[in-house]
Design a protein around this ligand. Structure first.
Ligand code: COA
Length: 266
């Protein structure tokens, strides 16, 4: 008989283990599962908790509700950060997503709705992405007067190529699920009610393989990209330096006041 273990140790996550799959659900539906720092830290702790747990063979991460996977970093939380806090935020985001990327067990993002900014970066750090037809993707940071800060500039270029990544990052446009599939940003698009089943189908197939071979595949593929690691540090510094700039203050203020920003270039 299947054993389901439901945990209640997190404030902003729901976690459970079933059939050797560890499920993480971001649980801030009223804020479109925006990734505040506590949520990010909890995701890191949850993922690290299964690294050496032999009862878990893989992880599926999703967002609570039908609207959002995660609508980005929490704008209300970081709007008043200074350069130091912005840099720290980016460093921590990088560390969390690295913990996902380097997890020795497969992690699948079940993208149930908006994956924007940090939400898209979270999805990109997972090993495989499956999305619902209604999912929407974007890196809208430029609308806020800032650059992506959770390795979006690095992983997006890796996943979809430099030219497409640059357009995506500079326009801040949102794209639909089919376009994401066409670009290679997601592996599969399915009707919303089949999202979990599709993720489980993939995970159950991987579960039949040798765990050490799976861990090795992840390590080897990651190794190819590690040589570009300097880009991560450049991004952390660039991101931090935006905090306190006039345009960043205007961009975040405009979002919170629900109006269009007026950027002046300083
Ligand atoms: N950070 C903090 N709060 C966020 C958020 C974020 N990234 N994204 C959404 N929210 C909050 C909204 O402020 C709102 O809160 P409120 O009800 O207290 O006012 C709530 O979630 C619902 O969002 P709302 O904007 O009203 O929903 P919508 O359907 O009109 O629009 C989006 C949906 C996704 C288009 C819009 O929320 C959005 O643009 N979000 C920001 C995306 C972004 O820039 N992400 C990158 C951050 S670095």
């Amino acid at each position: 008989m299947d054993q389901t273990i439901v945990e209640t140790m997190y404030q902003n996550l729901l976690t459970e283990t079933k059939d050797q799959i560890f499920y993480i659900t971001i649980n801030r539906e009223d804020k479109l599962n925006a990734l505040n720092i506590l949520t990010l830290t909890e995701i890191k702790n949850a993922v690290l908790s299964i690294y050496d747990d032999p009862s878990v063979r893989g992880v599926i991460i999703t967002g609570k509700g039908s609207k959002a996977f995660a609508a980005g970093a929490d704008i209300a939380e970081f709007a008043n950060f200074n350069v130091e806090e912005g840099t720290r935020m980016s460093e921590e985001g990088h560390a969390v997503l690295r913990a996902i990327d380097h997890c020795p067990k497969p992690i699948i993002a079940a993208i149930n709705g908006f994956a924007l900014g940090g939400g898209n970066e979270l999805a990109m750090s997972c090993h495989i992405r499956v999305c619902a037809e209604r999912a929407r993707f974007g890196q809208p940071e430029v609308n806020l007067g800032v650059t992506p800060g959770y390795a979006g500039t690095q992983r997006l270029a890796q996943l979809i190529g430099k030219g497409r990544a640059l357009e995506f990052l500079m326009t801040g446009d949102m794209i639909d699920a089919q376009t994401a599939l066409q670009l290679g940003l997601v592996n599969h698009v399915v009707p919303a009610d089949q999202l979990m089943a599709k993720c489980e189908e993939i995970m159950n197939k991987i579960k039949t393989k040798a765990p050490m071979a799976i861990a090795s595949v992840i390590r080897c593929v990651n190794a190819y990209y590690e040589k570009r690691a300097d880009g991560n540090n450049i991004e952390i510094n660039e991101f931090g330096n935006f905090f306190g700039s006039e345009d960043f203050i205007e961009g975040t203020k405009a979002f919170l006041e629900k109006r269009a920003p007026n950027f002046r270039g300083n």
